[in-house]
Design a protein around this ligand. Sequence first.
Ligand SMILES: *Cc1c(COP(=O)(O)O)cnc(C)c1O
Length: 325
Amino acid sequence: MKIPEKLSICNIPTPIQELGAINPDKGWSNLYIKRDDYTGLETSGNKVRKFEFHLKRAMDQGADVIITCGGLQSNHCRAAASLAARFSMGCHLVLREPDALPDGNYFLCQMFGAEITLISWDRYANSRNEIMFEIGEKYRRKNRKPYIIPEGGSNGLGMFGYYNTYLEILAQEQELGIRFDTICVADGTGGTYSGLYSANELLGGGKQIVGFNVYSRDGAKERVLHILEEGACIAGLGSPISKDNIYQNFDYLGDGYAIVYPKLVDFIRQTARATGIVTDPVYTGKALLGAVSEIAKRNAMFKGNVLFIHTGGQFGIFPRRELFM
Ligand SMILES: *Cc1c(COP(=O)(O)O)cnc(C)c1O
């Protein structure tokens, strides 16, 4: 097992806290939260753990401009813009939305000085990679060295961010004297889930790794399989990682990515009031609602010690403020 080299740019280990106040069935299940929203401020959330690997490779290749893409309120793109500024690199973002008010993450991307190309939902769905490639070619013609990072930073390289997080959790289990039976996380582009899942499989951790999908049912499993395959190849594994224990839950996705529903809005507000923790309507709110609801249903997968990873996303709540007022 060969883990690629990386930078050290995250505030880690992130703390693990008990989340008793919103646990509907204490004793049957103990709910904990790992604060990956504390990995940084401008770089808050899960994406910076993937960027440790991407930026190391980009720098090794002499890149001087990062190109990546995402939704208008992409946490990944905001982290990219901040990190590029920090390392004196250029940053060119391809964002999905033809026109928009500067707020939340999109506002911060501008604050960090990123170049931004806005495209339609249709072009984003069908040709974002070609568009990033063409932008890269433009930089090359100006003697710049672009480095393209896929949506969400999720590929076989970025996956190692959450492979390492799994190791971090194992060390914290020793310190805390707790063994987590289940780890659950919001599943978007699949990189976070794949990293946790691969470590659990390869190290024989025997935990249940649950991905609450917030992205789309279509292609969700294929995304994870593809990342696992790439990751196994990068790590020089002789045999593929077993697919048998992949568990993605779609019950809290609602009508699709970033689409909210009344129960979710109530849950986010109640959670904030009961715990002092802010979750976001796109990722962590849906996933934490999932974890709490599955405990309430006594789903056997959620019996015992359950660790929810808060993957960040709080800046995304500001453009949606009206939902909560
Ligand atoms: C991107 C993101 C996720 C999902 O991570 P993936 O690796 O894309 O599956 C979860 N939570 C937040 C806040 C995110 O920004």
